[in-house]
Design a protein around this ligand. Structure first.
Ligand SMILES: [Zn+2]
Length: 295
């Protein structure tokens, strides 16, 4: 007796034949404009009927819980999207639809209505989180991202799009601050420096930017004295006393960045004060206190 085939293997062989047969019949039928018009009217009517819509939706949901149906549909979609001709066709249809302003307005209105519902928002956010935390998805995404960046022209396109949006100073500043605040936690030495500033009643902005320097968020900015303050770790910023730079050091790029930043600050009339980790840890804030008295 032949062993029974698994559901998976059955599902795998299903799409080709059935998909093809259905698609040929449907294609021939759709060539008839009359039938197309009639179909469109009946479909519309059917969708306008809430009872029917509900029934259909339940049917669809039930269908999607069926493993074979799900696998078949997924395989069919994959087949579609791996076929360049079909892919182009699908894209063209979408493009045509998006070119029509009434279609855009309709979609936009329905989207807005959906997102206005807090329950929907919560549901979507939960789904998003689940997807983001899935290690399988993470790996897939990272590979896709790498492939995208390797594609010719992608880098340029991205850079142009980014430049366009970043050309707006408000957008840029907001983005920079948001990123630094969400990514960066305060380091231990930053906290110590913060304590000192509070004790000495210095007015400061934490994690802030300076007009004219677009690509850096400073640990502290003291606008009154035009001082920017950085708490630098001995290792990463290559303190000469504890971790001096060696030849071909991987920290060289950081050192160059630090240097450039200092130059730019001076150009703009800001004094940059870098307190080393060892200075902060030993409670030596003399550099800062001298600078603060100086102005
Ligand atoms: Zn040091």
């Amino acid at each position: 007796m032949r062993p029974r085939r698994s559901l998976e293997s059955r599902a795998r062989t299903l799409p080709n034949l059935k998909h093809h047969r259905r698609s040929t019949v449907a294609k021939n039928a759709w060539r008839d404009p009359d039938l197309r018009a009639r179909q469109s009217i009946t479909t519309k009517k059917a969708w306008e009927d809430p009872v029917r819509r509900n029934k259909k939706s339940i049917e669809m949901k039930r269908a999607w819980t069926d493993f074979v149906y799900k696998a078949r549909t997924k395989a069919g979609m994959k087949l579609c999207w791996t076929n360049p001709v079909r892919k182009k066709k699908g894209r063209d249809i979408m493009k045509r639809a998006w070119a029509c302003s009434s279609y855009r307005a309709k979609i936009s209105a329905s989207q807005k209505a959906l997102w206005a519902d807090p329950a929907f928002r919560a549901k979507m956010s939960a789904i998003q989180k689940r997807i983001q935390n899935d290690p399988k998805v993470q790996i897939k995404r990272s590979i896709a991202l790498k492939l995208s960046w390797a594609r010719p022209g992608f880098r340029d396109r991205m850079s142009i799009a980014r430049k366009k949006s970043m050309a707006d100073p408000i957008v840029r500043q907001a983005w920079l601050l948001k990123m630094s605040r969400s990514w960066k936690k305060r380091t231990k030495i930053e906290l110590k420096l913060l304590d000192w500033l509070k004790q000495n009643q210095v007015e400061y902005d934490e994690q802030s930017t300076v007009v004219g320097i677009r690509n850096h968020v400073f640990d502290f900015v003291i606008p009154r004295n035009e001082i920017v303050l950085e708490a630098d770790g001995c290792f990463w910023h290559a303190c000469a006393e504890h971790y001096p730079l060696k030849k071909d050091d991987r920290r060289c790029s950081q050192a160059i960045r630090d240097r450039r930043l200092a130059d730019r600050c001076l150009e703009l009339g800001w004094r940059i004060i870098r307190l080393w980790e060892h200075e902060i840890n030993s409670g030596d804030f003399s550099k800062l206190s001298v600078a603060l008295k100086g102005k």
